[in-house]
Design a protein around this ligand. Sequence first.
Ligand code: WT7
Length: 666
Amino acid sequence: MSEEKFESLSKTQSGSLGEPHTLKASPDFIANRSVAEDVYARSTRDRLGFWEERASELHWFKKWDGVLDWNPPWVRWFEGGQLNAAYNCLDRHLDGDRRTKPAVIFEGENGGSRTLTYEELYAEVCKGANLLKSLGVTKGDRVTIFMPMIVETVVCMLACARIGAVHCVVFGGFSAGALRERIADVQAKLVITTDDGQRRGKIIKMKGIVEEALRVGCDCVEKVVVVERRQSEQGGTGSGLQGKELAKREPQAADPRFVFYHDALRDMPVDCPAEVMDAEDMLFVLYTSGTTGKPKGVVHTTGGYMTGVAATHRYVFDLKEDDIYWCTADVGWITGHSYIVYGPLANGATVVLYEGAPDYPDKDRYWQIIDKHKVTIFYTAPTAIRSFMKWGLSYLEKHDLSSLRVLASVGEPINPEVWKWYYKYVGGERCPVCDTWWQTETGMIMLSPLAGLSEMKPGSCSSPFPGVKVNVLNRAGEVAEWGHNGYLTVPEPWPAMMRTIYGDDNRYVKSYWSHWPGIYFSGDAARRDQDGFFWIIGRVDDVINVSGHRISAMEVESALLEHPIVAEAACVGKTHEVKGQALVVFVTLRDKDAPKDEVIAELRQFLAGRIGAFARPEEIYLTNDLPKTRSGKIIRRLLKDIAEGRALGDTTTMEGSQVLKELYKG
Ligand code: WT7
């Protein structure tokens, strides 16, 4: 039996099919488009040849012997080939004009910016790589990166790649407990963090969280590198902290494992050869939520991943040499890995990196940044766009957005009306909107229009990327008829696909490959319309997508069960106007007489501490019992109905159907 179960879907379509008509890019955009007209035909004629061509656009120390070795679900792309991801993002751009081209434009939350050219980024990465080496990190070692959105985060990822160490970035919003679990799972030798981070003007003590995480069960960690954020803001000029600032610095003697980054970097040479990596050597591990309480360490390797992210980044966004590209995701998630770091830098693009929140100091911050840096390609999430809609047009109207050329969206379904608002008010009806569907596991964009080439429908992620196949299947594994809901699957291997779950091959097979052997199951439901356009419905497993963050219902439930007052817990998702989905939690207490308001406040706080602030539930219901099947399984479907305020669904299989009438809601 497969571990990742899924709900059955109704046979027929639910809801509307969306817009029947398609939209084209403007004639002007089409006339200047870089992507060749015949790219779909080319990739269909010879799928592997298409990917070989894309791989050839990277720099290889040694060419591959074979393109694809497919032994489902085990895959090897570009076997025998040798390359280095950091070399592809840096060294190969140093020969021509890109040497002095901005690679990263950092925008701090307080408004300071710092630009690094490719040459400067190269030097920083080499020094960082030498620092890692001096601390004993070698090829294959795992390095956990727990940092906010600053230049050094990108530098440290690339420094790891340069020496063949495997980076494991943990999103900076996670709690100490969640961080600890992820450090221990990969057995990280080194952790890189900052003294603090800033979000909406508030200082977050990152180093304190790391210290708490390391208190138990992380004996694997030999050193902790601490980047001081104020030094980063000053461009890490090497002048170091002075007088008063130095006095304020916390003593590191408390734990001799701690090393200050900028101090240590000063003595590092710039020269650091890039390690020769095999195509299938691990590049990074990134955790995501599955249906059990334990997060999955998704493994990505080097050759196929780099091929996939570079090609998709160039084709989907119609990338040009002078584009200023801004993706608002956090580097702690896959979007940051693939479309802030590896894809854009492999393509020699200029990337904007913004440290903070969209509404700080005011709700026009994104538009101000677009105006200030003349951003041409803007990639964000539907949850952000829904907030902008709510905040109103006056914030947009204050700024000149005419530099924008291409808009894109990722993370959750984008409602047609949100798509249209984005197209009309942000893009001024000149910019194609690319709704990109993909996952941590797929590594690269799988479904999306190609800007200027594909037609678009508001709310649809259009069609598979060239060289990618995607099918909607019914439960029997047949391709579903158009208009019918089904399971979103990938029948053929693609270069950037995950290779396994770190340390757990069995779970990899069970989670993704056991529903229909040899076919990858995404966990999403979707349908295809009569024009072949794909419409994503959402997750069909117990994964909840809150503002584009994947949260496992079980992870929330097992965290709650750790609280002494909790007897039973169930977590479901509920539709939310801005977040897409929000968490709703049902809890039965050991002490039925506990003061309800206090308990609810306490549990909200507890979850924030256990997982992270983004896992604070929207609503907590206290109840005397939970609806269960005769075999004792909690019936989430009914809880979902309550959370959504719908009439209760079928209760015939339920024990004690009275229980739901006595809910206490907080
Ligand atoms: C899940 C993957 C891919 C980077 C960000 C999230 C949902 C993602 C879309 C989209 C509808 C989407 C799916 C998917 N999702 N993009 N364009 N339309 N749904 O990565 O954390 O691995 O989450 O996000 O449900 O399975 P992730």
